[in-house]
Design a protein around this ligand. Sequence first.
Ligand SMILES: Cc1cc2nc3c(=O)[nH]c(=O)nc-3n(C[C@H](O)[C@H](O)[C@H](O)COP(=O)(O)OP(=O)(O)OC[C@H]3O[C@@H](n4cnc5c(N)ncnc54)[C@H](O)[C@@H]3O)c2cc1C
Length: 476
Amino acid sequence: MSADLLQALRAAVGPAQVLTHEDPAADLSAWENDWRKRAQGRALAVVRPGSTAEVAAVVRACAQAGAAIVPQGGNTGLVVGSVPDDSGTQVVLSLTRMNAVRAIDGANLTMTVEAGCVLQSLQDAAENAGFLFPLSLAAEGSCTIGGNLATNAGGTQVVRYGNARELCLGLEVVTAQGEVWHGLTGLRKDNTGYDLRDLFIGSEGTLGVITAATLKLYPLPAAQLTAWAAVPTLDAAVALLGLAHQHLGAGLTGFEVMGQFALGLVDKHFPALRVPLWADSPYCVLLENSDSESEEHARGQFERLLETAFEQGLVSDAVVAESLSQARGLWHIRESIPLAQAEEGLNIKHDISIPVSRIPAFCAETDALLQREIPGVRLVNFGHLGDGNLHYNVQAPADGDAKKFLNEQETRVNTLVFDAVARYDGSISAEHGVGSLKAAHLPHYKDPVALGLMRAIKQALDPHHLMNPGRVLTHP
Ligand SMILES: Cc1cc2nc3c(=O)[nH]c(=O)nc-3n(C[C@H](O)[C@H](O)[C@H](O)COP(=O)(O)OP(=O)(O)OC[C@H]3O[C@@H](n4cnc5c(N)ncnc54)[C@H](O)[C@@H]3O)c2cc1C
């Protein structure tokens, strides 16, 4: 059966675009291992189609053979969703050869692109045409727009522009049966029934393959300023967010929070980055103000905001970047936290969201709970506070064995954190998705009616469970 399938796949995309272990020289590890090194799979084949018609032919061949498909973009996902299992029977469908910008419509403020476009290349294409495509995340040099949409990625600009979902007007999708849904509309209004676009966005490759998208563009800001502020408490950080909304309005394009221990790790492992203001403050905040008028206007707004914040005791010290390179330096510190954490050793990651107003109480309660249950445990708390999204990560005690800690404590720590998230009406996955890592947790924390509807949708669209099986929903 697998020989027939391989033959059909080669006929669909050409022999050079079907990589298998039959070739002893082929190294498939880049497609088989996930970014966090949490899973090492073995594929029957990695198939690299170059067009929508080829994707459809691959899906039809797999459907006929009963072979499971794992769609893959940049393979930067953090929940083990884009790599095959270790059975040697699954087909990895890599979209990276489909990387054309099909059209830019300046008057409609849209851009139509193929799924394999690397995010950064889309930001550049938009900028070269005089526009902003605002989706931005630390993996933007390697993640693809198909992966961004399949995971409904968030990132650092959500507070102003929303998640990937809010930036997408239309999709082209190959269904689990190998049909093509031509949904590349650039319409901002279209109330003609169920929203299929929103069904495929965030479905993590479990319902179909996204092959292209029509995305929203925005005017480029005239100026973008970044400030770094030390805040005395998490309550003060939340109050500062409210003040920033009031003072900056739609200009507030970034609001990140970083705990002292997280910044201490950056200082320890990357001292050349010169982390400001962290040593005497439990939290620091990174704010970005994008202004449509001028840099002078943006600076004036920032100064008034910070003055008021000082007066109200919400900020103890602050710096405003004087140049673009200083601003990039501040963002680089924020984006280096995950790497500094990896340097410190294996850890247990959480990507949670809580209503912003309840974040201080959640952290106070959960920090104390974890300290009580596992004395000496270290909390690397940082994230997109403007969206209520924390990367609430748990590191082994300083003198502990990190690997042993992960093996012995992961389930317990996850349960403690996720139960606390549920008590605070939050979500166990804010922006990374469910993948395989959280699929088993979902039934405990998702509303049972919602879960039933999700299973019904999966059954209707992919009745043979061949699209990325075991991801999001465990097999019924
Ligand atoms: C350093 C770092 C920082 C990150 N920061 C953020 C962040 O701030 N915010 C955030 O949201 N995420 C973040 N991520 C996670 C990750 O980058 C995103 O989830 C990204 O959207 C994944 O894109 P990708 O192309 O790499 O997808 P992949 O990892 O290849 O795939 C992810 C999922 O999407 C599916 N998929 C991929 N392409 C398609 C397609 N064309 N059609 C259907 N399904 C598809 C896969 O099957 C898989 O389930 C970060 C990751 C890293 C490594």
